[in-house]
Design a protein around this ligand. Structure first.
Ligand code: NAD
Ligand code: TYD
Length: 377
């Protein structure tokens, strides 16, 4: 456990060591990966988390319900681009690190409305970097300054699309983003890199492959297929279903981030992946098989609901991550195979129908408005 020391104002006691827990500032910690990270962190650490989240449609405080009343966690509704708010949080809580999960994250939404992606992923990251730089530059404690980290959570999609047989993305792969989402994340990665090279900000960047697991908003492939299958709805497979993604169980992504935060070299980029390349249609068929086993239909297989639909414009064909640097340098390895992770995921969705129902009905938004109305009253 890291502790910080504080100088006592008492003249008779020149430099008293007061043991105070360090703090993390997590942004976007009510979203899928951020919330899994916060839950995992607080399951094993006493170190408090300030969770700054705008609570867009993707932010769901119900995911964090188990932390209600837990003094180690404070959820603050706000924008990473709000310099006054971010500066206040930094000054008040003196976090030892800022972990930036906040983003607009869905490719299909970025195609229909790229504006929010530019605003949050590019302008928001820029403003956050500036607030953090101001805070970090002003730290008078040399220890606190040298220990401070800004960890930026990014995606493999910045590298573009691979053809069959191409080697997996390494950290030195050229950036070739193809969607408004990946272009906005690529821009944010470049800003983070530049803030390190120009201003010396102590940054770390992780570029991870597709995640799946508990609390995943059912607009993304895996949760959408589980939820639609159970509701008897069509399972929409884009194009020929042969696009390949490299899947990683979300808790493995969280453990990689913890490891990079702990021991990553400043200014370095670490690719995170699970060596689980699968075509989309195989993912959908696997989900159907697991549901056939765990929640059989009265007649037939869930696979009969598979429906091929018009392809996504500019659809990237293949992503694959080479995570050897993270493994060799920091000794990280995923704990789950795709088979164990997808089974746990389907089990989680079957065991948590209320979470799903509240997302589908919009009740999780009512919870957000009520909670904040009560707080303001
Ligand atoms: P998500 O969409 O589930 O969650 C994003 C969170 O950020 C939400 O809680 C939202 O309310 C919050 N947010 C959005 N705009 C904000 C703003 N301006 N200020 C503060 N909070 C804001 O996304 P996710 O899947 O949890 O992804 C988290 C991060 O990981 C993103 O940066 C994403 O690019 C990256 N990533 C995701 C995947 C994946 O497969 N989901 C893979 C690799 C990297
Ligand atoms: P998605 O979960 O949106 O993640 P990303 O686009 O960031 O990789 O999609 C994963 C893959 O699944 C992608 O190739 C698009 C495809 N897909 C479908 O075939 N049908 C769907 O309904 C969705 C949401 C995605």
């Amino acid at each position: 456990m890291l502790l910080k020391s504080q100088h006592s104002g008492n003249a008779s006691c020149s430099t008293q060591q007061i043991l105070i827990l360090m703090t993390l500032l997590v942004t976007g910690g009510a979203g899928f990966i951020g919330a899994n990270f916060v839950l995992d962190w607080l399951a094993t650490s006493q170190e408090p988390v300030i969770n700054l989240d705008k609570l867009t449609y993707a932010g769901n405080p119900e995911t964090l319900a188990s932390l209600q009343g837990d003094a180690r966690h404070q959820l603050v509704q706000g924008d990473i681009g709000d310099a006054a708010l971010v500066s206040r949080l930094l000054a008040e809580h003196q976090p030892r690190a800022v972990l930036n999960f906040a983003a607009e994250s869905h490719v299909d939404r970025s195609i229909h409305g790229p504006g929010e992606f530019i605003e949050t992923n590019i302008v928001g990251t820029f403003r956050l970097l500036e607030s953090v730089r101001g805070h970090w530059a002003g730290l008078s404690d040399a220890d606190a300054k040298s220990r401070f980290r800004f960890l930026h959570v990014s995606t493999d999609e910045v590298y573009g699309s691979l053809a069959k047989g191409d080697p997996a993305f390494s950290e030195s792969h050229r950036y070739e983003p193809n969607s408004p989402y990946s272009a906005s994340k690529a821009a944010s990665d470049h800003l983070v890199r530049a803030w390190h090279h120009t201003y010396g900000l102590p940054v770390l960047t992780t570029n991870c492959s597709n995640n799946y697991g508990p609390y995943h908003f059912p607009e993304k492939l895996i949760p959408l297929m589980i939820v639609n299958a159970l509701a008897g709805k069509p399972l929409p497979v884009y194009g020929d279903g042969m696009q390949i993604r490299d899947w990683l169980y979300v808790k493995d992504h969280c453990s990689a981030i913890r490891r990079v935060l702990e021991a990553g070299r400043l200014g370095e980029v670490y690719n995170v992946g699970g060596w689980n390349e699968k075509p989309n249609i195989e993912i959908v068929q696997t989900i159907c098989k697991l549901l056939d086993e765990m929640r059989p239909k009265t007649e037939g297989s869930y696979a009969s609901q598979i429906s091929y639909v018009t392809d996504r414009p500019g659809h990237d064909r293949r992503y694959a991550i080479d995570a050897r640097k993270l493994q060799a340098e920091l000794g990280w390895k995923p704990a789950e195979t795709f088979e164990t992770g997808i089974r746990k995921t389907v089990e989680w969705y079957l065991a948590n129908p209320d979470w799903v129902a509240h997302v589908q009905s919009g009740a999780y938004r009512e919870w957000v408005s009520k909670n904040y109305a009560e707080r303001r009253a």
